[in-house]
Design a protein around this ligand. Structure first.
Ligand code: MN
Length: 422
């Protein structure tokens, strides 16, 4: 199902007027999937179209949409559709586009709701969460700060998509409050560690890839096959406690510093919707082993921004970067993940790693933007090294071309730390 088709035609318009407005994240060429509820009712699957949501659970029940022989939109998550063969994803997208096409409507047999009148939920049951480290600029900056500026990039980095197994249990949808975590902290001059709330609460701007098609235990997969297994992408904020991280991370990598919360955007932008925006990975001086080499364009030209509103203040954009900076594409991360025979499952989430560009105003974490707090950001008279309680962080992302393929927003506000256990 690679390549472009009628669902990508930039001339196509919808009878839902707001989908044709310039600057909308959700034109008829996008059609991202999400899960919503209304008035404490059951969770339903929908697709974003302009300012509205098309209720796919209702459309399927009414026989207007038949993605598979048995219902896939009645379970309150996208997992059932994601588990279907990629041809079914493509057929469903084409069928939804046909229902919403300007030439087909307006029609009153579809349930259409305003996005601002519903509550969004996790779009997917996340089976496993793995976080990578695929931006060379980010890995170089962190290596310079935490270890040695002269040998910032560890020797394995240019050969392996470095990652760690994170926690699926604390992946939450945009809008969920994030409680400042407790953790073990030991400063360089402290004689002993203590337990306390993190004083270095950070963000990581990432892209999340969602696995649709599973792979079997013991069965490696190629990069091309891995690409076909990916259902879609979300914005992802991998909240991080830097003071906890620096004390705990050796020798097995991050643990509690990243286990307390990961926020994703509510809309899954399908891989098919992103087809027109494929770009190559950055040039490599060091060739990859054959199982990681890609033929063709596996990165995406997705513009990314970070807004921060200090507690009670107004948001301002602190960073602008692009997913094209990723040294390893999602398909390469997935191929590496499975090379040992690790089974990949429907609903697995792969974080790209912090996406940093070359300059301070394109970095994807406060750690880098403030150089570990030493050079605080100015947020309109308020200064921040790291996040304070009440601060709101919002990630945004979109592809810009003949139409705009947007991801919506991925946001969260910092809540005070819990009481320490007695
Ligand atoms: Mn991360």
């Amino acid at each position: 199902m690679s390549g472009l088709n009628a669902t990508h035609d930039p001339a196509r318009q919808s009878w839902v007027e707001s989908a044709n407005a310039k600057g909308t994240d959700f034109p008829i060429q996008n059609l991202p999937y999400g899960v919503f509820s209304q008035d404490d009712g059951p969770r339903r699957v929908g697709v974003a179209i302009g300012e509205m949501i098309l209720d796919l659970t209702a459309a399927e029940a009414a026989g207007l949409l038949r993605p598979a022989p048995t219902p896939v939109f009645d379970g309150g998550t996208l997992n059932a559709l994601m588990a279907r063969p990629p041809d079914d994803w493509s057929r469903t997208r084409a069928a939804v586009a046909a229902l919403l096409d300007a030439e087909a409507g307006p029609r009153d047999d579809l349930v259409l709701l305003r996005q601002d009148a519903v509550r969004m939920h996790m779009p997917v049951f996340v089976r496993g969460f793995t976080d990578f480290y695929a931006s060379k600029e980010h890995a170089t900056n962190v290596g310079a700060m935490f270890r040695d500026p002269k040998n910032a990039l560890l020797p394995n980095w240019l050969h392996i998509p470095i990652g760690y197994n994170g926690r699926a249990s604390t992946v939450v949808v945009s809008g969920t409050g994030i409680r400042r975590p407790l953790g073990q902290i030991k400063g360089p001059d402290d004689a002993a560690p203590r337990l306390g709330p993190t004083a270095r609460l950070d963000i990581e701007l990432e892209l999340g890839a969602l696995v649709g098609t599973p792979s079997s235990m013991g069965q490696p997969i190629s990069v091309a096959r891995a690409q076909e297994m990916i259902f879609g992408f979300v914005l992802l904020n991998d909240w991080s406690a830097r003071d906890v991280q620096v004390w705990e991370y050796q020798p097995l990598g991050p643990f509690q510093a990243k286990a307390f919360g990961t926020t994703i955007s509510p809309w899954i932008v399908t891989r098919e919707a992103l087809e027109p925006y494929r770009v190559p990975t950055p040039e490599r001086g060091t060739p990859l082993l054959p199982y990681l080499r890609e033929e063709g364009d596996y990165n995406y030209d997705i513009r990314l921004e970070i807004d921060i509103a200090p507690a009670g203040g107004t948001p301002r954009t602190v960073s602008r970067t692009n997913a094209c900076h990723l040294y390893y594409a999602a398909a390469q991360q997935l191929a590496h993940h499975a090379i040992s025979g690790c089974a990949m499952e429907t609903g697995d989430l792969l974080g790209s790693g912090t996406i940093s560009g070359p300059d301070r105003d394109s970095y994807g974490s406060l750690l880098e933007m403030t150089w570990n707090g030493s050079d605080p950001l100015d947020l309109g008279g308020v200064r921040r090294g790291f996040l304070e309680n009440g601060d709101m962080v919002r990630l945004r992302g979109w592809c810009e071309g003949a139409v705009r393929i947007g991801f919506g927003v991925c946001e969260g506000t910092i809540l005070p730390a819990p009481e320490q256990p007695a």
